[in-house]
Design a protein around this ligand. Structure first.
Ligand SMILES: [Zn+2]
Length: 370
């Protein structure tokens, strides 16, 4: 299995990642100047508009016969993949000498197309859905949204061998059997309710096996496997069924990294390894280790308040309170707030922030139920 040799890649990354993009909310206005600044190594095409008439771009690089198609932020509030893709563009733009050879190989063997920020309206509102309240990842069959039509049109004309479908997952996910958040999770989507192990799915899995091998060196036991339950209207499931092998990457939480600035780096490594493997692999048969990647579990919380006081009918009882951070746009600004995710005895749950709240009353916390 061909695995990227890390050498000084970490140093290169920290000095050269796309520092213009940061935080959870990434908008078209953030990426537009970066697209304009890309050199002539890249082909830049405005391929259409969102429902609210914000431009959508496709960026291409490489001249090879292996075709790889990626798109980011089909869910407007899931920006980590977009940041990772622009980090990757920086590597393609000016690779360090120790990495020049294989970057050259990738760009000789492959044609890479990226739709960066497929759902710019959702990005502004920080919603999963587009401006018409359509979840693009449940619109692969109906294609009611202009963004879904656009994605499908470019898939059908490009006919890629492999796709990368870039998402963010909530911080509730841990790696099963560990207290670690699932920093990166992978999925080879099912093509039917029986979750049949088709030849295409096996090929998709073999790429994930290679990506997991690299990531385990960097963040051992922080990589999970997303449920392969079949979603009949989801993008990945349908593209995989059409014969376009689709790798889902879910960027998740890393300790204290609420802006996902650490996770983006591992998302970058995952993408680089996936593309490198596809560009050099002699076969895509090594799928079995996919099933050794631990499942995603849902046992992680952003804060656990232990034994907090609850007063009801003049009686004081105690409970644990599990908090998930959520985000919303207020007056054009992204604001983080604490939402109740779990109550009761949370001894089995994991968090990096366990607060002894014996002396605290639940009413003293600013909480939301939504
Ligand atoms: Zn998503």
């Amino acid at each position: 299995m061909n695995i990227v040799q890390l050498n000084n890649l970490e140093d290169w990354y920290l000095a050269n990642f796309e520092s213009q993009l940061k935080g959870r909310q990434i908008l078209f206005d953030d990426i537009h100047p970066l697209i304009n600044n890309l050199s002539s190594k890249f082909k830049k095409e405005q391929i259409g508009f969102s429902e609210n008439k914000i431009p959508i771009y496709k960026i291409s690089i490489g001249l090879g016969s292996i075709k790889i198609f990626s798109w980011s932020q089909m869910h407007g509030n899931e920006s980590t993949g977009t940041k990772a893709v622009f980090d990757l563009f920086k590597l393609f733009e000016t690779p360090p000498s120790s990495h020049k050879n294989y970057i050259e190989t990738i760009l000789t063997n492959c044609t890479l197309q990226f739709i960066v920020l497929l759902n710019p309206d959702g990005a502004i509102n920080f919603t999963r859905e587009n401006a018409r309240n359509i979840d693009l990842n449940r619109d692969a069959v109906d294609k009611k949204a202009v963004e879904s039509k656009l994605l499908r049109k470019h898939l059908d004309s490009f006919k890629p061998q492999f796709c990368f479908n870039l998402h963010d997952q909530r911080s509730i996910f841990n790696v099963e059997g560990t207290p670690n958040p699932a920093t990166i999770s992978f999925l080879a989507p099912s093509e039917d309710v029986e979750r049949t192990l088709t030849e295409g799915r096996k090929e998709t899995m073999s790429v994930i096996v290679a990506m997991n091998s690299l990531l385990q060196q960097l963040i051992p036991n922080h990589i999970g496997r997303y449920t392969d339950e079949f979603y009949p209207t989801a993008t990945g499931d349908n593209f995989q069924k059409l014969g376009y092998n689709t790798i889902l990457i879910e960027a998740g939480h890393f300790k204290n990294d609420y802006d996902r600035e650490i996770t983006r780096k591992y998302n970058f490594y995952a993408l680089l390894q996936g593309i490198y493997f596809i560009s050099t692999a002699s076969s895509f048969k090594n799928y079995k280790p996919y099933f050794q990647i631990p499942n995603n579990d849902k046992m992680f919380l952003d804060i656990i308040y232990k034994n907090i006081q609850v007063v009801e009918n003049n009686e004081t009882t105690k409970t644990d309170l599990g908090i998930q951070f959520k985000f919303k746009v207020i007056n054009g600004k992204l604001v983080r707030y604490e939402a109740i995710e779990q109550t009761g005895d949370l001894s089995d749950y994991y968090s990096d922030n366990v607060v002894n709240a014996e002396k605290l009353n639940i009413n003293e916390l600013k909480l939301s139920n939504s």
